[in-house]
Design a protein around this ligand. Structure first.
Ligand code: ASP
Length: 336
């Protein structure tokens, strides 16, 4: 029987009703005890890493999760992380990029209703997660509503529905059918065309994150001063959530934002273009407003979700050697 470690971090799945509202209360053991069928899938040990509503999860918690995985890597065949759904897309993207050369499954799961609530989706999600962890396919995945999704393509689209997460621009990895995990051939085709970078066979934890990153949601009427204020506040990278295929209002518009873009670029701030649309990513080569943005230094984020871009940017900035644009005294916010 495969040995799987459950790393509990809190979330609705573990929540109990308190006088102040739902709060994580169950520990990992409590989760497993509520779903005895899990013991038929694999041998499970549990670890209490944190007990947080995922609203409270910060980049340093991603590092703690990665370090917990590393410390137990040789002892287990796979890992399940129970987590709140609200920031799950960030955590699953973070672990996807932070765990380099991962050769074991790391499955993140949670639920829309607490495990102790009647009709909860938690038991089914835990069964999907442990089945996937025991199956052994390496990588970071989300298990939810009987599906597996690649970690960096996860997006939460529903606050209430059980089918809450979608895989953005990449086919779902697998579905659970009568207890059997069926892998999706379209996902394998996608992987064959987009092989994952590997730097060797040893697990490497990338934990240098520069958290001085912000997301700007473009709206009609947006002011240059809002972007320059972020730059002046020490922001080192901005994900720009643009309209449609991606562009910046330029000289044709009374809301021309190119001066702020130029200011940010001149200060060494990295600007990534994302889209406010859910699907298909940005295509900044298509319209004049996109091409002009590229010419001014905005980098296209392509098909990535803005959650994945945020994490990539934090890692890229954290790992880049100190330059004149990033003086040492302004890089104190790293997660170690
Ligand atoms: N607020 C909760 C959390 O993210 C929501 C959930 O888990 O579904 O921790």
């Amino acid at each position: 029987m495969k040995k799987i470690l459950l790393i509990a971090t809190g979330g609705t799945i573990a929540s109990v009703q308190t006088a102040d509202g739902l709060m994580p209360g169950l520990d990992g053991k409590g989760l497993i005890e509520h779903v005895p069928e899990l013991r038929n899938i694999c041998h499970i040990d549990t670890m209490e890493l944190m007990k947080l509503d995922s609203t409270n999860i910060q980049p340093e918690h991603w590092v703690q999760m990665a370090r917990a995985l590393e410390a137990n890597y040789d002892k287990y065949d796979g890992f399940v992380i129970s987590h709140g759904t609200d920031t799950m897309a960030f955590t699953s993207s973070a672990l996807y990029y932070m765990l380099e050369n991962l050769a074991k499954p790391v499955i993140i799961t949670g639920s829309q209703l607490s495990l102790t609530e009647e009709g909860s989706d938690a038991p089914a999600n835990l069964i999907t997660a442990f089945t996937a962890a025991a199956k052994g396919r390496p990588g970071v995945y989300l298990a939810f509503y009987g599906r597996l999704i690649q970690g960096n393509t996860v997006k939460k689209l529903h606050t209430e529905q059980f089918y809450a997460f979608k895989s953005i621009n990449v086919p779902e990895v697998a579905v659970l059918n009568h207890g059997e995990l069926e892998f999706n051939p379209e996902y394998d085709q996608y992987l064959a065309q987009n092989p994952r970078h590997s730097s060797g066979s040893r697990l490497i934890i990338r934990d240098k994150l520069d958290t001085r990153v912000a997301v700007v949601d473009l709206i009609p009427g947006y002011k240059n001063e809002y972007i320059t204020a972020l730059v002046d506040a020490g922001c080192r990278g901005i994900v720009l959530n643009l309209y449609g295929a991606g562009g910046i209002p330029g000289t044709e518009s009374p809301g021309n934002l190119l001066p702020a873009i130029d200011y940010a670029i001149a200060k060494g701030v990295k600007l990534l273009g994302a889209t406010q649309c859910i699907n298909d990513g940005v295509n900044m080569d298509r319209y004049e407003v996109g091409i002009t943005a590229l010419k001014h230094g905005v980098v296209s984020g392509g098909m990535l979700t803005s959650e994945a871009m945020v994490v990539k940017l934090m890692l890229e900035l954290g790992e880049q050697p100190l330059s004149s644009n990033a003086p040492a005294d302004r890089r104190t916010n790293h997660c170690k």
